[in-house]
Design a protein around this ligand. Structure first.
Ligand code: SF4
Length: 697
C-alpha cells in the first residue's frame, strides 16, 4: 500500500493505493485538504489505471491512414527523423509543444527544458493558459507573486465570511466544501455565479448570499461592491495606508459605479450589493470580525478581461484589509492537479523555471548555467497557447506538434478549426495512456505511465509540495515521459543529457528555482517522504517552507500591494437577434476537464454519459423544447448538440453546458477563442448562442 494523492484536481486529496488480485484499490487518507474524504472521481481513481483501451504499444499512422502498433525504437526513430527533417527545412520554430496542468513538477520542468534545449523552439505552452493564467497575471500585478492560495486551506475554517467569485467547488472539488462550513454557519458565504449551483445552494437557510450577475459582468459587480465599501465608510483605511499603493486612483475610478448603475449592468439588485458589502466588511479584522477571504475561480478568469476581473476581486480584498493578514486573505482556487506547479517550472511560453521571465538576461543566464548550455542558445518567448494553436499548419507556423498531458480537441476554445489544423500538420505526436480524441488524430501515439505508475511531485492549490510515489507498476510496454524525452533528446543530438530519474530531475529543478520567487531550493523527495508539510518558497535546505506568504510584505519592489484601477469591458461576443442567449461553460461532479480519463470510468460515465444544455423552463417553453429533447446550440463559430435539462436555477437569458464531451456534443465547438490581452486566457465563460430544437430528436 502506498500513500499518494488523487490523479485529478488541485485539492490533491490524499489516498492509499493498494494492489490487489482484482486490481488496484484506493482508500481515502486523513489530510488537511480532504480530511479523509474523496469525491466520486477520487473513489474511482483506481479504475483509470485499468481502464479499457489502455495503450501498451506505440502506434504510428501508416500509408493506409490507420494507426498500427510498432516497437518503441521504430516510433521514436520516426518522431526524431521527422523532427530533424522539419528543423532542417524550416527551422526550429517549425516544431511546437503543448503540455498539461496535470503533469508532475518534474515533467513540467523537463518538458520546458526539452522544448528549449533539445528542440530549440520558443513554441511551448500548456493548457493552464485555459484555466489559471488570468489569476496568475492578476496576482502578480497586485502582489508581485502568484501562489494560488498564499495560505493553508485550513485557514478558511475560521473565517466569518468568504466571497467566492465564479467557482463551484461543491461539484469540482467536493471535500473543499468542509472548509466553507465556518463561514456558512456564520451566514457569511457570498457566492457570485450566474447559476444556482450546488455551491450557491450552500447560501440557503441563512448560509449567506447568492448573487447571480449577467454573464460577463462580474467585474462590474465587484466594482460596485467595492464602491459601496467606500461610500459607507467600510474600507480598512489603516491597512491601505500601511500596506497598499494606488489608493487615490482606485477610489476615483470607483466613483462612476454607484449601485443603481451596477444593477442596470449586472442585474444584481442594489439591496443584494449592499448586503454583500456589509457582510464582508463585518467579517474584516478592522471591524472586529473573525476574518474574511475573497476567492476567485474560473468564472472570474475565463474572460477576455479575466485579469481585470481578478484584479477587481483583489482590489475588493485589499479595501477590506484582508491579504497578507493571518486568518484573512485573497486566493485563487487552482483547478488542474498541478496547475500551480505547471506554471512555475517553465511550461509557459514566456517563463523559465522558478517563475523567471524568459526575456530577463539574468534569469536566462542562471537557468542556462543549471542546464549546462549557452544562454544565447535559448529561444525567446513564444506565443501563448491559443495563439500558438491558431498558428499551427499556417504559412510560417509550426508544422509539427508534440502533445503531453492534454486533449485540446475537447478542451480548447473553438475546436472546429483547431481539429482541422491538427489534421493538416506534417507531424502530430501525442503521449497519453489512452487514445484521447487528440491522440486519435496523431501520426504517432506514445503510451505513457499515469499517476500511480510513476514517481513525481505535485504542487497543490495551496503551494504545498506533494509526493506521488509509484504505487503500481505500469503495464508492460508503457514508458514514462521522462524516458521518452531522454530517448528523443539522444536521437536529436541534444547538447546535454536528459535524466529519466524523477528525483534527479527534481534536484535540478530545485537548483533552477534557486533565487527566483518560487523557491523549491530546499525541497527534496526525501523531505516529502519523511512527511514534512512543505510550502514554497523554501530558499535553502533545512528551511521549513512558507505556509503563509505576504504576512510582512508583499513581493513588490516596495513591499506594498498595488491597487490597479480597472473598468468595465463587455464580453467579446455580444447578444443580437441571431444569438440572443448567453452560454456559460463549466464542469460536473463526475467528470474532470476533457473527460479523457473520467469518461472511461463506468461508474462516473454511467451517471453523466452525454453532453447537456441547462436552461430555464420558461425559456424552454418559449423555444418549444422539452426536458430530454436534443437541441442544437449555435454560435458565430459553429454548432454542437446536447440534451435539454431544465432548471429554475439559471437566468432566463443564460444557458449552461459542461465541457467534458467530444464530437457533436463538444461545447467548445461554439466557445469563443477571444483572449485576455494580458494573460492570453480565452473567454470560455461567455459566448452568445441560439438554441434550436432538433426536429429529428
Ligand atoms: Fe479530491 Fe479533486 Fe480527487 Fe475529488 S477530484 S478526490 S476533490 S483531488
Amino acid at each position: 500500500m502506498v500513500a499518494t494523492h488523487c490523479p485529478y484536481c488541485a485539492l490533491q486529496c490524499a489516498m492509499d493505493v493498494a494492489p490487489t488480485p482484482d486490481g488496484p484499490t484506493v482508500t481515502p487518507l486523513e489530510f488537511p485538504t480532504n480530511r479523509g474524504r474523496l469525491c466520486q472521481k477520487g473513489w474511482t481513481a483506481a479504475d483509470v489505471l485499468t481502464a479499457s483501451g489502455r495503450l501498451t504499444a506505440p502506434m504510428v499512422r501508416g500509408a493506409d491512414g490507420t494507426l498500427a502498433p510498432v516497437s518503441w525504437e521504430e516510433a521514436l526513430d520516426r518522431v526524431a527523423g521527422e523532427l530533424r527533417r522539419l528543423r532542417a527545412a524550416h527551422g526550429p520554430e517549425s516544431v511546437a509543444v503543448f503540455g498539461g496542468g496535470g503533469l508532475t513538477n518534474e515533467k513540467a520542468y523537463q518538458l520546458g527544458k526539452f522544448a528549449r534545449v533539445a528542440l530549440a523552439t520558443p513554441n511551448i505552452d500548456y493548457n493552464g493558459r485555459f484555466c489559471m493564467a488570468s489569476a496568475a497575471a492578476g496576482g502578480r500585478r497586485a502582489f508581485g507573486l502568484d501562489r494560488g492560495l498564499p495560505f493553508p486551506l485550513t485557514d478558511l475554517d475560521g473565517a466569518e465570511a468568504i466571497l467566492l467569485v465564479g467557482s463551484n467547488p461543491a461539484e469540482t472539488m467536493p471535500p473543499f466544501v468542509t472548509h466553507l462550513a465556518g463561514a456558512r454557519e456564520a451566514g457569511g458565504l457570498v457566492i457570485i455565479d450566474p447559476r444556482r449551483t450546488p455551491t450557491a445552494d450552500l447560501t440557503q437557510d441563512g448560509g449567506g448570499l447568492h448573487l447571480a450577475p449577467l454573464p460577463g459582468t462580474d467585474l462590474v459587480l465587484l466594482l460596485g461592491i467595492t464602491q459601496i465599501l467606500w461610500a459607507e465608510g467600510l474600507v480598512d483605511r489603516g491597512y491601505l495606508a500601511e500596506r497598499a499603493s494606488g489608493v487615490d486612483a482606485l477610489r476615483a475610478s470607483l466613483a462612476a459605479w454607484w449601485p443603481e448603475r451596477v444593477e442596470r449592468v449586472t442585474g444584481v439588485p442594489v439591496v443584494q450589493q449592499r448586503a454583500a458589502a456589509r457582510l464582508l466588511a463585518a467579517a474584516s479584522p478592522a471591524r472586529g470580525g473573525r476574518g474574511g477571504y475573497v476567492l476567485t475561480g474560473r468564472g472570474a478568469e475565463q474572460h477576455a478581461h479575466g485579469t481585470d476581473t481578478v484584479t477587481a476581486a483583489v482590489n475588493l480584498a485589499l479595501c477590506l484589509g484582508l491579504p497578507g493578514r493571518e486568518g484573512s486573505g485573497y486566493g485563487c482556487l487552482t483547478g488542474q492537479g498541478n496547475g500551480q506547479g505547471g506554471r512555475e517550472h517553465g511550461l509557459k511560453a514566456d517563463q523559465l523555471p522558478g517563475y523567471r521571465s524568459i526575456t530577463d538576461p539574468d534569469a536566462r543566464a542562471h537557468v542556462a548555467r543549471v542546464w549546462g548550455v549557452d544562454a544565447d542558445s535559448l529561444p525567446g518567448a513564444g506565443p501563448p497557447a491559443v495563439a500558438m494553436l491558431a498558428s499551427l499548419a499556417t504559412p510560417g507556423g509550426p508544422r509539427a506538434l508534440l502533445v503531453h498531458g492534454a486533449n485540446p480537441v475537447v478542451s480548447a476554445p473553438d475546436v472546429g478549426p483547431l481539429t482541422e489544423r491538427l489534421r493538416a500538420l506534417e507531424l502530430l505526436v501525442v503521449c497519453d495512456f489512452v487514445l484521447s480524441e487528440t491522440a486519435a488524430l496523431a501520426d504517432v501515439v506514445l503510451p505513457v505511465a499515469q499517476w500511480a505508475e510513476e514517481t513525481g511531485t505535485m504542487t497543490n492549490l495551496e503551494g504545498r509540495l506533494l509526493l506521488r510515489d509509484e504505487a503500481v507498476p505500469p503495464p508492460e510496454g508503457v514508458r514514462t515521459e521522462l524516458w521518452v524525452w531522454r530517448e528523443l533528446a539522444r536521437r536529436l543530438d541534444a547538447p546535454i543529457d536528459f535524466s529519466e530519474d524523477a528525483a534527479e530531475v527534481f534536484a535540478e529543478l530545485a537548483r533552477a528555482s534557486s533565487g527566483g520567487v518560487a523557491h523549491y531550493t530546499g525541497f527534496s523527495h526525501e523531505r516529502l517522504r519523511a512527511g514534512e508539510a512543505l510550502y514554497w518558497p523554501c530558499p535553502e535546505p533545512g528551511h521549513p517552507g512558507t505556509p503563509r506568504t505576504f504576512l510582512d510584505r508583499f513581493a513588490t519592489p516596495d513591499g506594498r500591494a498595488v491597487l490597479h484601477p480597472v473598468d468595465e469591458t463587455p464580453p467579446d461576443d455580444l447578444l443580437d437577434a441571431e444569438y440572443p442567449l448567453y452560454l456559460v461553460t463549466g464542469r460536473v461532479l463526475q467528470h474532470y476537464q476533457s473527460g479523457a480519463q473520467t469518461r472511461r470510468v463506468a461508474a462516473l460515465n454511467s451517471v453523466e454519459p452525454e453532453s447537456y444544455v441547462e436552461l430555464h423552463p420558461l425559456l424552454a417553453q418559449r423555444l418549444g423544447v422539452e426536458a430530454g429533447e436534443r437541441v442544437g446550440v449555435h454560435s458565430r463559430r459553429g454548432s454542437c448538440e446536447a440534451v435539454a435539462r431544465l432548471t429554475e436555477g439559471i437566468r432566463l437569458d443564460t444557458v449552461f453546458m459542461p465541457f467534458h464531451y467530444p464530437g457533436r456534443g463538444a461545447v467548445n465547438r461554439v466557445t469563443n477563442p477571444a483572449v485576455d490581452p494580458i494573460s492570453g486566457m480565452p473567454e470560455l465563460k461567455v459566448a452568445t448562442v441560439r438554441l434550436e430544437r432538433l426536429v429529428d430528436a
